[in-house]
Design a protein around this ligand. Structure first.
Ligand SMILES: C[S@@+](CC[C@H](N)C(=O)[O-])C[C@H]1O[C@@H](n2cnc3c(N)ncnc32)[C@H](O)[C@@H]1O
Length: 217
């Protein structure tokens, strides 16, 4: 594949847009669903919890999230206008019932008041965080005391073999993510790495190692 094509894949993963973006949103949701479900399940949601997700893509997994407990409220934040629109469309019933709320933000300042959420999660976004320490402290700020944040990402050793990650991506190993977390006020309560077989963005089947870190305020 040419360098320009690889760069285009990286840009779409970072910020889905245009005609290709809808396709990319569908493909991401499908390929990453196991990571997303794993992140959701690690939050151990209780009835009436208010949940925040950063970088939901097309949010095809929100129905699964609502199956985890009664009377949940889901808030999704995106930087991509296209994913924001797609997520609202796919989840239009939850939106009209005021169970799901979607917003755009700048990727740095979380547009919510302090201590609003019981649980927060994000999957496959850390590679694109512009100011990781600041975003982590924003996540801490909007989480209730004793609330959990689940951070899920594919491991650097796996990601660096994919040709498009040379563009746009900041890759993380478990150790590097833990170093970042140590600079915050969060406690790490659980870390798990597992492998799964997935189709890569360039078509071939690959063994992917991914990590989930559960943090507590
Ligand atoms: C690789 S996709 C992952 C989507 C979905 N979470 C998944 O795992 O399939 C990254 C998504 O995060 C969004 N994004 C990038 N940087 C972000 C940030 N700082 N905060 C929130 N979302 C971000 C992008 O617009 C894109 O939709």
């Amino acid at each position: 594949m040419k360098q320009e094509e690889l760069q285009a894949i990286a840009s779409q993963l970072k910020h889905p847009s245009g005609e290709k973006g809808i396709e990319m949103g569908n493909m991401m949701n499908e390929t990453n669903i196991n990571m997303t479900k794993h992140s959701i399940l690690n939050l151990n949601m209780s009835n009436e919890n208010r949940i925040l997700e950063l970088g939901h893509g097309n949010a095809g997994h929100v129905e699964f999230l609502f199956e985890q407990a009664e009377k949940l409220k889901y808030y999704g934040l995106e930087m991509s206008e296209l994913m924001f629109q797609e997520a609202r469309q796919i989840n239009r019933n939850f939106v009209s019932q005021k169970q799901a709320f979607f917003s755009l933000y700048d990727g740095n300042a979380v547009p919510f008041e302090d201590e609003l959420f019981d649980k927060i999660f994000t999957v496959n976004t850390i590679y694109f965080w512009q100011k990781p320490e600041e975003l982590l402290s924003e996540i801490y700020r909007v989480l209730k005391p004793n609330g959990n944040f689940c951070l899920t990402f594919a491991e650097e050793d796996f990601m660096k073999k994919l040709p498009f990650t040379q563009f746009e991506f900041e890759l993380y190993s478990t150790e590097k993510a833990q170093e970042l977390i140590k600079k915050s006020d969060f406690k790490i309560v659980y870390t798990e790495t597992q492998t799964e077989e997935v189709k890569s963005k360039t078509g071939e089947l690959v063994e992917r190692a991914f990590t989930t870190i559960v943090l507590e305020k």
